[in-house]
Design a protein around this ligand. Structure first.
Ligand code: ATP
Ligand code: MG
Length: 412
C-alpha cells in the first residue's frame, strides 16, 4: 500500500486525556481514533493488526475443534431473566418502540446455552465447542487505558459443552495450551503468565492470562521460578505462597488480563434445564466451560510491551505490513528505484507499506516510520544509491546495514 493514499495521517500529539502508551501511540500513529471514552474506531492500519490477531486466534481455536458462529449483539430480556442477570450493572439496556426490553451483549452464555440446547439431546451429540469473535458492550467505569478497557470491545468467546467432568477438564487443559500458543504467536509470550484467580462458586480457581505492563489494572504475585502467578484478589487465601512450589519469594507485578478460562460446570445448564440422555438412558445436566480473549485489549497489550520513546515496535506476526519502504528524497533516481522495489517486493509476496509521499521531508518520513513501527525499514536515498544499495534496518535495532539492490531480490 502506498502511504500517500492512506487517508489517515500521523499526529504530533496524542489527545491530552490519553495517558496510557497504547492509546497515545496507536492514536498518534493513525491505528485507532477515539470516538468517546472507551469507544474507538479501527483505521486501516489498526484494522490490519486486528485482523492478524483475529486470524491467529481463529487458527488456534479451530485447531482445538472450535466451531465459529456469530451470535446477535441485541438480546431480549427473557434470556437474562432466566439466569437472573438482567440487573447486571455493566449491561446496557434499551427499549424498542413497542416497549420491548433489550440489552446489548456483554457476554453470551444466556444466548449460546439455549442455542446449543436446541441441537444437543444425547451423549452422542457431545462434546460441542462453539466460539465467536464479536463486539461486546459494557458500561465500564473509569475507562482510561485506551484499548485495554473499552466500553465497546471485540472479544473471542468460546463455550464448551461436556457430558462429564473428565471431558471438561481435558478440554480446559487444551484451551490453556492454545492460549499460550496464541499469546506467543502475538509476540507477548514471555510477558504473559498463567495466573490463578477466584473460580466463583463452582470451582476452586479460574485461570487468567496476565501480561505484565505498568498500565495493567491487576496486581499479580509472580513466582519467578515456576512462572506461575496468583491474582492479588485471592492471595490471602493462599498465604502469599506460590501454589506450585510454596515459595514466599514472589514478585508483585502490575498486569492486564488478556484472557481467561473458566469452568462454569452446571451453572447455566441448570438455569436453562439443559440435560442430555446418557448411555444408561438417564438424563444428566450438561457441563460447560467458557473462555475469553479481548482482541483490542490484546492489541493494546502488545503495544504496551513493544514500544520505545519513538513509537511502536510491532512483532512480525501482527504487524500491519512487513516492510516499510521509504523513498527518502525527491529525485527521479530514488523514486524510480523505490517504485521498482515496491513492485518486486509485492510480487514476492511481501506486505509493503510504501512511503511515496511527495510533501514530506526525509526527517519526517523517518520519524513516522519509527512511530508506525513496522518490523523492518528499507530506505532508498541518494546516499544509499551512490553505493548501489538500500539501507535495511530492523525497528528494534539501532543501526541498519547497506545491502546491494541485487541482493534485495534474493532476500525476498
Ligand atoms: P476485567 O477483570 O479486566 O474486567 P473480566 O473478568 O470482566 O475482565 P471477561 O468478562 O471474562 O473479563 O472477558 C473475557 C476477556 O475479555 C478478558 O480476559 C479481557 O481480555 C477482555 N475484556 C474484558 N473486559 C474488557 C474491556 N472492558 N475492554 C477490553 N477487553 C475486555
Ligand atoms: Mg470486567
Amino acid at each position: 500500500m502506498k502511504q500517500s493514499q492512506l487517508f489517515t495521517k500521523t499526529l504530533k500529539e496524542a489527545p491530552r486525556d490519553e495517558k496510557s502508551p497504547n492509546a497515545k501511540l496507536l492514536i498518534r500513529a493513525g491505528f485507532i481514533d477515539k470516538l468517546t471514552a472507551g469507544v474507538y474506531s479501527y483505521l486501516p492500519l489498526g484494522l490490519r493488526v486486528l485482523k492478524k490477531i483475529e486470524n491467529i486466534i481463529r487458527e488456534e481455536i479451530n485447531r482445538i475443534s472450535g466451531q465459529e458462529v456469530l451470535l446477535p449483539a441485541l438480546h431480549p430480556k427473557k434470556n437474562w431473566k432466566i439466569t437472573d442477570r438482567w440487573q447486571y450493572k455493566e449491561m446496557f439496556k434499551l427499549k424498542s418502540r413497542e416497549g420491548k426490553d433489550f440489552s446489548l451483549g456483554w457476554t453470551h452464555e444466556e444466548i449460546v446455552t439455549p442455542l446449543v440446547q436446541n441441537f444437543v439431546k444425547s451423549y452422542k451429540d457431545l462434546p460441542v465447542f462453539v466460539y465467536q469473535i464479536q463486539d461486546k458492550f459494557r458500561d465500564e467505569l473509569r475507562v482510561k487505558s485506551g484499548l485495554l478497557r473499552g466500553v465497546e470491545f471485540l472479544m473471542k468467546d468460546l463455550y464448551s459443552f461436556h457430558r462429564d467432568e473428565k471431558d471438561l477438564n481435558e478440554y480446559y487443559e487444551k484451551v490453556k495450551k492454545a492460549y499460550f500458543q496464541i499469546f506467543k504467536r502475538c509476540g507477548i509470550g514471555k510477558q504473559t503468565f498463567l495466573t490463578l484467580a477466584s473460580g466463583g462458586t463452582f470451582s476452586k480457581y479460574s485461570h487468567e492470562f496476565q501480561t505484565l505492563t505498568p498500565y495493567g489494572e491487576d496486581r499479580i504475585y509472580l513466582c519467578p521460578k515456576c512462572k506461575l502467578a496468583t491474582n492479588k484478589e485471592i492471595m490471602k487465601e493462599q498465604n502469599y505462597r506460590c501454589q506450585k512450589c510454596k515459595s514466599q519469594k514472589l514478585e508483585i507485578k502490575k498486569a492486564i488480563e488478556v484472557g481467561n478460562i473458566f469452568k462454569l460446570k452446571s451453572k447455566f445448564s441448570e438455569a436453562f434445564n439443559f440435560k442430555f440422555k446418557e448411555r444408561d438412558g438417564k438424563e444428566r445436566l450438561i457441563l460447560m466451560g467458557c473462555y475469553g480473549i479481548g482482541l483490542g485489549r490484546l492489541m493494546g497489550a502488545i503495544v504496551e510491551v513493544h514500544h520505545d520513546k519513538n513509537g511502536i515496535i510491532w512483532p512480525d506476526s501482527v504487524s500491519p505490513f512487513q516492510i516499510h519502504l521509504l523513498s527518502l528524497e525527491r529525485s527521479s533516481r530514488v523514486e524510480k528505484i523505490s517504485r521498482k522495489l515496491y513492485k518486486d517486493l509485492q510480487k514476492g509476496g511481501v506486505e509493503v507499506f510504501y512511503d511515496d509521499r511527495e510533501d514530506k521531508s526525509p526527517a519526517e518520513k523517518l520519524i513516522d516510520a519509527d512511530l508506525i513501527g513496522l518490523p523492518m525499514r528499507m530506505v532508498v536515498s541518494e546516499r544509499t544509491l551512490a553505493r548501489g544499495c538500500v539501507e535495511i534496518k530492523k525497528r528494534n535495532q539501532k543501526r541498519g546495514k547497506l545491502i546491494s539492490i541485487s541482493k534485495v531480490k534474493k532476500l525476498i
